[in-house]
Design a protein around this ligand. Structure first.
Ligand SMILES: Nc1ncnc2c1ncn2[C@@H]1O[C@H](COP(=O)(O)OP(=O)(O)O)[C@@H](O)[C@H]1O
Ligand SMILES: [Mg+2]
Length: 269
């Protein structure tokens, strides 16, 4: 796809993605290579997002997006302008879900089986960006959709230590869906999904990363070597991470305040 119109920046999180119109008249959320998080955030989006989709978790379509900063000359914010100027060429587009709203765990209950699959998936890709403070999920047509995997795969910022990181635990205490699951249910989700995360599937997923986001990675001679490294770490994590998910008791902040409990009990008398 080629972006033909820059509509507006989206300011909720840190990376300032932009809403763009493309040459197929679609509307996409553009994730830019020139953002502070760099091209690795886009690699994390592709690998995690395409893995999620293959595990039947709801994920908007991802596309390769050509972007020419010239189309965004009218953007007045200097900081955003700097990101756009640094992002000429290939970027990532995510299908925009019009009319979606940010997920709120207090307003929208999620089936335990679905919540458990998502928590397990986030443990596999080491996603630290799905907390109740910042859920990075949307409700669209009454269903839950995953977005924003830019902070996942944190070990790819330090490849020499990545093999050791594959064995690291995942603390799901603050996960936005923790209240709908528990360790036994996460283990059941792992039993169901882990056998599907084969090296073949991971090779299919990593083949979708553009070479130019992998070129020049220190310690690797070719993009395919980097892809193989992603396959190795994710194969290992998918097989064993459920043994290392931790989740402490529900936060007391989840309990109703004392005055409300007394008031409700009074009403129910
Ligand atoms: N596919 C999408 N459809 C609709 N809104 C989106 C979509 N992707 C992102 N957004 C909105 O833009 C915000 C920022 O996007 P996000 O991917 O979370 O980037 P970041 O947190 O790095 O800034 C989201 O919180 C959400 O409100
Ligand atoms: Mg976000």
């Amino acid at each position: 796809m080629t972006a033909i119109r820059y509509i507006t920046p989206l300011r909720e999180g840190g990376s300032v993605p932009g809403l763009v119109e493309t040459d197929d008249l679609g509307t996409y959320v553009a994730k830019f290579t020139g953002a502070a998080q760099g091209r690795k955030a886009l690699v994390a989006e592709v690998v995690s997002g395409e893995l999620a989709r293959r595990l039947d978790l709801r994920m908007p379509d991802l596309v390769r997006l050509r972007f020419d900063p010239v189309i965004a000359r009218g953007e007045p914010d200097e900081e955003v302008q700097a990101v756009l100027k640094a992002s000429g060429g290939l970027n990532l587009g995510m299908d925009f879900l019009p009319g979606s709203v940010g997920y709120d765990p207090l307003a929208f209950g999620v089936e335990p089986a679905e919540a458990s699959r998502i928590v397990w998936f986030d443990a596999v890709v080491n996603n630290v960006d799905r907390s109740w403070r910042n859920p990075n999920m949307l409700i669209w047509h009454r269903k839950l959709w995953l977005i924003d995997h830019g902070a996942a795969l944190i070990w790819h910022h330090n490849w020499p230590g990545a093999a050791a990181s594959a064995g690291r635990p995942y603390n799901a205490t603050d996960h936005a869906l923790a209240r709908f699951t528990d360790l036994d249910k996460v283990a059941s989700a792992a039993a169901e999904l882990a056998p599907r995360v084969t090296p073949e599937l991971l090779r299919e997923v990593t083949a979708l990363i553009p070479d130019e986001w992998l070129d020049g990675e220190p310690g690797f001679a070719r993009p395919d070597e980097v892809r193989a490294a992603y396959v190795d770490v994710l194969t290992e994590r998918a097989a064993t991470v459920h043994e290392r998910v931790t989740m402490s008791a529900p936060r007391t902040a989840d309990a109703p305040p004392e005055w409300l409990r007394i008031w409700v009990e009074g009403k129910n008398k």
